[in-house]
Structures are given as C-alpha cells and as structure tokens.
Ligand binder design. Structure first.
Ligand code: FMN
Length: 199
C-alpha cells in the first residue's frame, strides 16, 4: 500500500490511447467497498468514454474555470502555486484522457461527502494498482456540469476523475514526514523514534 501511495500522483496531461474499461470498473469495485455514514453508500459513479460528451463537459468546465481564473476570487498564494504547475483554466485532460469518471454524492445521506471522498481515495489507489493515472478534478461550477449529465438535484458532483496513461513523467509533490504530522497521546508530543519506520 505504501509503495502504491507513493507512486500515485495527480496527472494533468494524458496520452489519448485507449485503456481497458475493465480496469476502471475494477477500481470502482474497490471504491464500492469503502466505509460510509450508516452504510448509506451515497456515491454514484458515471463512467464516460463518449467523445462528444467529454467535449461538452470540457467546454462547460472551461467556461466556468475561465471566469474563476479571471476573477479576484483566487488568492495570490494559490495563483502562484497554480502558475508554477502550469495549471490554467484550460482542462485538456477532460478530452485527452480516454475515460472520465464523474463521482456524485447523495446529499441527503449522512456524511455524504466524507463517505464519497473516502471512496474516491480507494478508487485512486486501485487505479494506480492497475497502472492507471488519475486526477481529482473539482469543477468550479459542479451543478452546471452535473445538469449536463442529467444528474438529479439531490446529488452533488464531487469530482470528475480523468483516467488514462500519463503523457509525461511527473515529479512527486513533496510530503511531510511522520514526525511533522503525527503526534503521540497529545497535541505536539513527538512519537518515540523507535516507532518511526525508516523511509
Ligand atoms: C479535494 C481535492 C480537490 C482537488 N481539486 C483539484 C482540481 O480541481 N484541479 C487539479 O488540477 N487538481 C486538484 N486536486 C489535486 C491536488 O492538487 C493534488 O492532489 C495535490 O497537489 C498533491 O499532488 P499529488 O496528487 O500529485 O500528490 C485536488 C485534490 C483534492 C484532494
């Protein structure tokens, strides 16, 4: 699990070569095993491989992304974070990736979003296990995009996940260490060194 988790990274540039839909369905089956509030399993996954649908989704997403990127709503620190990674309002991955998975959460279920994001976490690692790259893209106007897919109002669109083979090798974003992120028995108390795994 640790090596899979370390290998996984968000990929924003995809090779359009087709992938096996069964690998994606395998990963969704893994996601369906995630825990959820009162076991309500509030998620729905829409698997999209239709080129015209992908194109329409991209157009809709980019329309709202452009508005967002041109507004003052993005704080300066985030703007420079995005710039460094070449992230703009253009979302080529929505048409380049051979498959998109839209993930919906049933609003009325308890802990709907928490549960759905847990399932997304399972999904990403299972895709990685099958050698497939992904990205948790969160559209800036999820309702507008959901409507295009015919999603009823009591579901929220949590993410669109492009899936495919990466077009370029990508550096891993840095992670904090166990020592920085894990306390022992109380806030700020360090773990004994003997418990910390060597890297
Ligand atoms: C809740 C959530 C929302 C995210 N939304 C976006 C997004 O809209 N667009 C995007 O390019 N990346 C998005 N990401 C990806 C993060 O930027 C990425 O996970 C983070 O920078 C760490 O990089 P890594 O996934 O390559 O390790 C999102 C990630 C999460 C967990």
């Amino acid at each position: 699990m640790l090596s899979l988790a370390r290998r996984r990274r968000s990929v924003r540039e995809y090779n359009p070569e087709p992938i096996d839909l069964r690998d994606v369905l395998y990963a969704i089956q893994v996601a369906l095993e995630a825990p959820s509030g009162a076991n309500r399993q509030p998620w729905i996954f829409i698997v999209i491989d239709d080129e015209e649908t992908k194109r329409k989704l991209r157009d809709e997403c980019e329309k709202w992304e452009k508005k967002l990127h041109e507004s003052t709503a993005i704080p300066e620190w985030f703007r420079s974070w995005l710039k460094k990674r070449g992230i703009t309002w253009r979302k080529r991955f929505l048409t380049d990736a051979p498959i998109l998975v839209a993930v919906l959460a049933y609003k009325k279920a308890p802990y709907a979003r928490e549960s759905t994001w847990l399932a997304i976490g399972y999904l990403l690692l299972a895709l990685e296990e099958r050698g497939l790259a992904s990205l948790t893209y969160t559209p800036s106007n999820p309702r507008a995009v959901a409507r295009m897919l015919g999603v009823p109002d009591d579901y929220t669109l949590e993410a669109i996940i492009p899936v495919g083979k990466p077009a370029v090798e990508k550096e891993k974003e840095p992670r904090h260490t166990v020592r920085e992120k894990v306390y022992y028995n109380a806030w700020g108390k360090a773990l004994p060194s003997v418990l910390i795994m060597p890297h």
